[in-house]
Design a protein around this ligand. Sequence first.
Ligand code: NAD
Length: 555
Amino acid sequence: MAQQQSGPRTVRAARGTALSTQGWQQEAALRMLSNNLDPEVAEHPEKLVVYGGTGKAARDWRSFDAMVRTLQTLKQDETMLVQSGRPVGVMQTHEWAPRVLIANSNLVGDWANWEEFRRLEALGLTMYGQMTAGSWIYIGTQGILQGTYETFAAVAAKRFNGSLAGTITLTAGLGGMGGAQPLAVTMNDGVAICIDCDPSRIARRIEHRYLDVEAKDLKHALDLAVEARDARKSLSIGLLGNAAELVPALLAMDAPIDIVTDQTSAHDPLAYLPIGVAFEDMAGYAAEKPEEFTRRSREAMAKHVEAMVGFQDKGAEVFDYGNSIRGEAQLAGYGRAFDFPGFVPAYIRPLFCEGKGPFRWAALSGDPADIAKTDQAILDLFPENESLARWIKMAGERVHYQGLPARICWLGYGERDKAGERFNEMVADGTLSAPIVIGRDHLDCGSVASPYRETEAMLDGSDAIADWPLLNAMVNVASGASWVSIHHGGGVGIGRSIHAGQVTVADGTKLAGEKIRRVLTNDPGMGVIRHVDAGYDIAADVAAERGVRVPMREG
Ligand code: NAD
């Protein structure tokens, strides 16, 4: 637990059932704020940075201390207001109202760019909240692993009869996010060849058991892959080298690749290795000659993307994994860069139409046994969902907890409320040793406007319409969430997204049960209505089958 000082120090959420606040809703906010800054969870806790470059949980240490102090005395009918990581007011509200309302990084349209944001940040007026950093529901790398698992499960469902067994995936980038790819593919029973130019990244993924083996060279990687594929065994293979050379080389060899994607850090041309540059020289070269480096890295990305298109021409399933490599290749003059789709329109949008998205929860007790019991509850509630069952079982075996024990899985409209109500009953009857917080990523079905990612290529062209995340936040406030947030710029940067989040506490009371039923119905319900409105038939079917009211379709 945080002590009352105003400089950097080690923060860790309290465990157990003793409260240092006036109730579990406030306690949950305090523990999750602290948990986001736990050194096991945060990338740079001393700077209050949780993840995603500069995504912070609080604006500065004085603001953090003021939030802790305020939460410790906040009453059941009061609400703390947070403006970009700083508590700016406490208002009398009522028991159904959120205990905390958060607005992070928001700027008026014409001012919404990094330059202006950085200027205001330097003046101490704002902070970058990313998605779950400033809204206190980040749970470490499990979130990335599960999202990547879900994407590959959707690829399997679309093209390979629901399993990647007997297929080979080719990708690159084994960094902070991309490092989840090998494990996500093997969890879907497939084989993956994963290229990275940094030997330490390959070694680290093997050490953390996200990657199985490292190949000696290209031919060795392919031999290992084909052998495993033919035996229908899962295997992930690291391959050291430059993807801009190795992906075209594999294409030239006519390698039997079924799926191609990429998670090198292509969004930043100064972080992508050009052809003909040794990895050891990369950082120095990028710093000394940024313009020349950028031109050469973009040329390399064009070669990389051209080979990806080549694999698509030969029948492989190819997609952009949200790193802007298509855009960079296009800037280098490659004309067919956008021939393959982004991952959201290709695989995730049909799930969004069903109100599906990243449902997550954490055990405020700190006891992993509580998460094991909730895992079992999920398996019991949704026995027909095989991919969910596979994820829950493997996550139980392979995911190492960071901070408070937590779990994530994708659930849809009509499912999240069932899970939430069950957890609340389990708190009430003593099956769980303390309350559970239930939240989600802002990357969800009805909570984000982000034209380069979640809302790329909407059927009706409504990619940049940002009314939806605002309605989403308002509906969560009206439904009884414990804390609600509206952020700008998460995932893809300032000027490019607006998104909302909610967290609701299952403290075992009847009131919490009523709030949970509403929030966890209405929150994914926003995803259904957003996609009905954009003209998606799957969403219209889901709305009709499950009773989601859409006035323009009534009467
Ligand atoms: P990172 O910087 O931690 O890792 C990038 C890796 O790429 C590094 O290991 C680097 O060595 C490697 N690399 C760079 N150039 C290479 C080359 N030419 N050949 C082979 N390897 C090369 O980045 P990260 O956090 O893992 O994120 C990767 C990318 O994915 C980013 O662009 C990020 O924005 C994007 N991303 C997208 C989503 C999403 O939309 N689903 C989620 C997370 C990250």
